[in-house]
Ligand binder design. Structure first.
Ligand code: NAD
Length: 460
């Protein structure tokens, strides 16, 4: 058995604690070596990863490279910056602390747990692991059981290249998660749905374990009239229908200026044809729905509003055509729940204030998209809405910029990662203040008599 037996969970954590105590992971050279090993391991297993994603999601090879194997770019970024990130940073002190120096030391947290989802099942378990390694932690990974082939390949790669006393994989579903969550960790990094996020946080609270919760939600996409039309429709089509819409930051629904709505619908139909041909079921470039349960959930949404593009589906293939729906009510399930599939409702607005009011009446989304060249409109939307992140005149691409922290706000999550933010997430910032012995002013020591005027002066 490659993966760790559930009954061994306690033992694995104990072994990791002992390994962590040796201090080996505190050595930055060790961490860089491990990151290099991880990169080589991914390259070595590229084909197996492509096949696993094909089996789980019918994911086209190109999409697997762009969205899963591309995680090696993040490894390179961490290797490049790690020496600098891990150095203690000087902090300033005020003039009355003139005999002191202050520094912030990043230190690893210890043994961390990373729980992944099924939609980008490789990238979303490996990307946080990069942060955990870079920051000097030991880690236990729990990939999603729903993308079972990817879970297996992750377990295989990790077992082959890492000592389980340093990094281990525990495979399984809710039972495995719960077994892990009963244990004490030094950090839990969870990617998944908001409902399960609450379960994770409640379990973590029992041990006072800090959490990062990368959750989902309904990410709106506003389309104004001041746009490059062709670029807009292509970018929306790509961001919505890549991985058959099963992307946490996919545009969930469109908020379209009334004056451009008809053209936009025609444009979407045209670009869908360009991307996937007349019948997307035959396209090698279009993924499938992960499971029967999710297929049924999505097919139910097709009852809402009026299907104006697509709508065809085949249960045996778990295929749902790229679909656009019009005339939805805000009370319809498709506008109440995160869609997480290839269905795109269109809502029109006359004044941007209506679009902003709608966004603000709902839980804060993970992403917000705005297509407009109007600088004032950009400024207004940025100022008047809150979301995990914003991408202007494109979709989904914000996830690929390591200098931008990635995470939600409110219902879409707690904390963030990518690049330096990943290192910070898995580090404790230890504040260290150092005094010297060359002077010892007595203003703070008892007896206090006569010292109040000096103290008041210092406070002033
Ligand atoms: P999920 O919440 O159902 O499952 C995620 C993980 O939690 C899995 O490993 C699963 O085994 C485990 N789990 C499920 N039920 C559990 C329970 N009761 N107790 C303990 N663990 C449990 O999420 P999913 O269906 O795999 O992924 C879809 C969701 O994830 C969507 O809402 C999507 O928006 C979100 N997501 C967010 C991001 C992000 O970066 N913010 C990325 C991808 C997906």
């Amino acid at each position: 058995m490659i993966t760790t037996e559930l009954s061994n969970v306690g033992e694995i954590i104990q072994n990791q604690r002992e390994f962590f105590q040796t201090g080996k992971t505190k050595d930055v050279t060790f961490r860089i070596e491990q990151l290099k090993t991880l990169k080589q391991a991914i390259i070595e297993h590229e084909q197996a990863i492509v096949e696993a994603l094909q089996a789980d999601l019918h994911k086209p090879q190109v999409e697997t490279y762009i969205t899963e194997i591309s995680v090696i770019k993040e490894i390179d970024y961490a290797i490049k910056h790690l020496q600098n990130w891990s150095k203690p940073k000087k902090a300033s002190v005020s003039w009355d602390f003139f005999s002191y120096s202050a520094r912030i030391y990043p230190e690893p947290l210890g043994v961390v747990l990373i729980i992944g989802p099924w939609n980008y099942p490789f990238q979303l378990i490996i990307s946080p692991l990069i942060g955990a390694i870079a920051a000097g932690n030991c880690a236990i990974l729990k990939p999603s059981e729903i993308a079972s082939h990817t879970s297996d390949i992750v377990a295989k790669i990790i077992a082959k290249h890492f000592d389980p006393a340093y990094i281990a994989v525990v495979e399984g579903g809710v039972e495995a998660s719960q077994k892990l969550l009963a244990e004490k960790f030094d950090h839990i990094f969870f990617t998944g749905g908001t409902a399960v996020g609450k379960i994770i946080m409640a379990a973590a609270a029992k041990h006072l374990t800090p959490v990062t919760l990368e959750l989902g939600g309904k990410s709106p996409c506003i389309v104004d009239t001041d746009i490059n039309f062709e670029h807009t429709v292509r970018r929306i089509t790509w961001g919505k229908f890549i991985n058959a819409g099963q992307t946490c930051i996919a545009p969930d629904y469109l908020l379209v200026n009334k004056n451009i709505k008809k053209d936009l619908i025609d444009g979407l139909a045209k670009s869908l044809k360009e991307f996937y041909g007349d019948n997307p079921v035959n396209s090698p470039d279009y993924a499938r729905i992960i499971s029967e349960k999710h297929f049924d959930r999505l097919v139910n949404f097709l009852k809402d509003g009026e299907v104006i593009i697509g709508g065809e589906n085949q249960p045996s293939e778990r295929y749902i055509a790229p679909t656009v729906i019009d005339n939805v009510s805000l009370e319809d399930p498709v506008m109440q729940e995160e869609i997480f599939g290839p269905i795109l409702p269109i809502i029109e607005y006359t004044d941007i204030a209506e679009a902003i009011a709608l966004i603000n009446s709902r839980p804060k989304p993970l992403a917000l998209y705005l297509f407009s060249q109007d600088k004032n409109l950009q400024k207004r939307v940025l100022q008047e809405t809150s979301s995990g992140g914003v991408c202007i005149n494109d979709t989904v691409m914000q996830v690929g910029v390591p200098s931008l922290p990635f995470g939600g706000v409110g219902d879409s999550g707690i904390g963030n990662y990518h690049g330096k933010a990943s290192f910070d997430t898995f580090s404790h910032k230890k504040s260290v203040l150092k005094n010297s012995f060359w002077l010892d002013l007595k203003w703070r020591y008892a007896p206090y008599q006569g010292k109040l005027p000096i103290i008041k002066k210092l406070l002033g």
